[in-house]
Design a protein around this ligand. Structure first.
Ligand code: HEC
Length: 101
């Protein structure tokens, strides 16, 4: 009798564990946060503002981290109001992070 009860308990435990695990993949995995919107915004800015005079390939071809502030400065001097201070920071940071070595 006791043996039977033990078996039932084990079975219950087993079902509990299996159903517990089964429900996990259904839970949405939170994205790592913060970083993403900033990246998207910088890319949007580059796609819209920096493609007015040349393609964005011209932008993404450049791979020199130290050159980015100077280049973006130069681009801004060609077109006044191209980026405001905050947008400038965003774009330069993004380019240095992703297109520099
Ligand atoms: C008003 C027109 C104009 C806009 C807007 C513009 N560019 Fe340019 N860009 C140029 C011209 C003209 C050149 C080629 C002459 C030069 O390098 O100064 C150039 C060249 C470049 C180069 C190559 C530089 C090199 O040294 O080889 C990069 C990189 C670049 N642009 C990035 C950008 C970025 C990033 C933006 C947006 C923040 C931007 N450009 C917006 C006109 C523009």
């Amino acid at each position: 009798m006791l043996k039977r009860l033990g078996f039932l308990l084990l079975l219950l435990l087993f079902v509990f564990i299996v159903s517990g695990c089964g429900s996990k993949p259904a839970q949405p995995v939170d994205p790592p946060g913060q970083e993403e919107p900033v990246l998207a915004e910088a890319e949007l800015l580059i796609n819209s503002r920096c493609s007015q005079c040349h393609g964005v390939n011209q932008v993404y071809r450049m791979k020199r981290k130290d050159a980015w502030p100077g280049i973006v400065d130069r681009m801004m001097s060609k077109s006044s109001g191209l980026l405001d201070d905050q947008e400038y920071e965003l774009v330069v940071e993004f380019l240095q992070e992703n297109y520099g070595n």
